[in-house]
Every structure is written in C-alpha cells, then in structure tokens.
Write a protein that binds this ligand. Sequence first.
Ligand code: PAF
Length: 280
Amino acid sequence: MLLLKTRNELFDFIQYIHAKKLTLGFVPTMGALHEGHLSLFKKAIEDNQYTIGSIFVNPTQFNNQADLIKYPRTVEADIAKLEIIGCDALYLPSVEDLYPNGLECESIDMNGLDVVMEGAFRPGHFQGMATVVKRLLLQVQPTRAYFGEKDFQQLQIIRQMVKTLQLPVEILGMPIIRESNGLAMSSRNMRLTEEFKKKSLFIYQSLLKAKELSSHYAPENVICKIEKLYLNSDLKLEYFTITEEESLQTTQSFDPSKHYRAFIAVYAGDIRLIDNIQIR
Ligand code: PAF
C-alpha cells in the first residue's frame, strides 16, 4: 500500500489515476480502524479500480479538547489492517496540508441539518467535519466516497454539502456494523470499562424496542416510553428522538411513504456513545 504523507505525494497519485481514467473509491477516517471502517474499505475495493483511505484526526470537529487529546491514535495497526484487505493507498495529511491558513472552519450551508441532535449538543462539530470532508474530497477527487450510517446525521450533511457545492463524487452510506452483542462499533468503544461495555448493550436493545413500539404508537409516545426506560439505567441519556430520514426533522405522525429513524446519544461513564436505527 502506498503511504502518501503530503499533499504533493497525493497529487502525483491522483494524476496517475486521472491519466489512466480509473475509478477511485475513498474512505476518509480519523484512524483507530475497526470492522465498521473495514466494511467501508471492502465495499470501496469491490466497487472501484483503486481505493484510497485517509487518516486525519481533525481538530476542528472536536468541541471538547479532552476528547481530541484522548482520541485513540493507532496508525501502525491501521496500516497493517488496510494492507491485509488490499487497500491501494493511504493519505496521511498534516494539519498544514488541510488547514494552510490555520485552524479555521468554512461556513458551509447545511440546510438546517446541522442544528438538531449532534449539532445541538456539539456546537461547531459539523462545521469542522464538513470543512475537512470538503477539503479532502477536493484534494482526493474520488469517484465515490464511503461513510458509515453509524454517523447518519454526518452522512446526510455530507450528501447535502456535495449537492449544494456540486462536487463530482457519489456518496455511499453503509450499514452500521455491530459487535456480536449488538453494540455499534466505534473507536470510542475501546475506552469503555468492562462494566460499561456490558451496560452499553442496552442502547441497541432500546433502539429495537423503539422500532417495535413505532408500529403501534405515535412518535411522541415512543420517545416518552424510551426516555422512561433510561430513568433506571446507569447510562445517562442525552437525547432520544425520532426523525424523518431526509430532513432529520421530528414528526408528529408516521407518513407511510417516508422512512424514519430513531437516534440516541448516551454517556456510559464519561464516554459518549451514539447509535441509530431505521424504525419505519
Ligand atoms: O467519521 C469520521 O471519522 C470523521 O467525521 C470524518 C468523516 C473522517 C471527518 O473527519
């Protein structure tokens, strides 16, 4: 696998891909790769003639500095995993490659998708995320880019941004990969204590419960019943909500012609976990 450590090295690789008119799949990541990331790489490898990943722990999307410092950095192990699955190239940009004028965020219109859920609880997070994803897409110029549905709100914001900016790339969302016990895979899981790892199974169980309830009850009542379940839990519920999938707006009733998702954020000790499920 080619290791591209600067923007110039990336540029040479892209020139080659374009000269040969080859398709390029791209998986942007912040590293600490797990099976969820690898499923994106495997799909990219299947769909495209060449596949490139990136690892960059993006400072502007962390609204909590402690989280940025504690974010797991496992580059050597990540490289080994990508080599095994047959990824062609990995871009490891420096801060200067992506933020040549300092760590400022661009003002990117997200059509209101950024003010709810994660946007409400993590101010500035999506502007930082969208800034870096836009710059990565412009530098890498992939045919297709792959993102996990675990960060469903992020995925919808990226789709919106690509549409607004008319970036010539196809965005693909891939299903959440779960541990055998149901916990959604996340780089943060490695920071959970054994006790909270077990307790966190409740997150997926409560999402499955919400899916079951949503065939009998209105969204508001489903939300109320799920919130009640967390009153007696060691997990601290930050939010549980149900939205229409495209607009991410909450709803009073279910329209059979639309799709809906339940979204949740909880604290397991001091680790913040998010998850979601399509309920209708
Ligand atoms: O999902 C992530 O890992 C990050 O938000 C991303 C898309 C790589 C941007 O930094």
